[in-house]
Design a protein around this ligand. Sequence first.
Ligand code: PNS
Length: 164
Amino acid sequence: MTAVYPGSFDPITNGHLDLIERGSRMFNRLIVSILRNDSKQPLFSVEERMEMLREVVHVYPNVEVSTFDGLLVDHAAAQSASVLLRGIRAISDYEYELQMALMNRRLRPDIETIFMMANETYSFISSRMVKEVFGLGGKITGLVPPSVEARLRRRMPHTHSKEA
Ligand code: PNS
């Protein structure tokens, strides 16, 4: 069974990574797919996000990194994936995720969305908050992989001059 784990991953957090690790044990093949035509203004380019993902998922032989444009379900179908994997952290995620899952089911009833509950250790982490905290000089160690923290440090060197 092939699953697609879609998202912006700007940047990947330890919460995403936990889901990838657990997903890699559930599915024969797991494709982590970055949305290309995101309306949000990203901090990292799609290519940088791919590199960051590849640096951390190479330890899982059945996990691939990919990108997509357009409808997620069309991308999944093109990859012969029958599952969309999404993580849910808090109840506040549920409404948006439900809407998305129902729309995707309407578009392609043969593709199933499977939700995994985020590990409680990471249930408060989001890429947006990691960027905000880091940008304001806060510590993000343990929230993102060390390679991602290093990249953030290079991208925003002025915010952490004391620690550098
Ligand atoms: O990590 P994110 O930003 O919550 O991921 C959102 C994502 C990429 C899964 C979602 O925006 C998406 O699938 N976009 C592709 C367009 C699409 O298929 N839209 C219809 C379903 S809502």
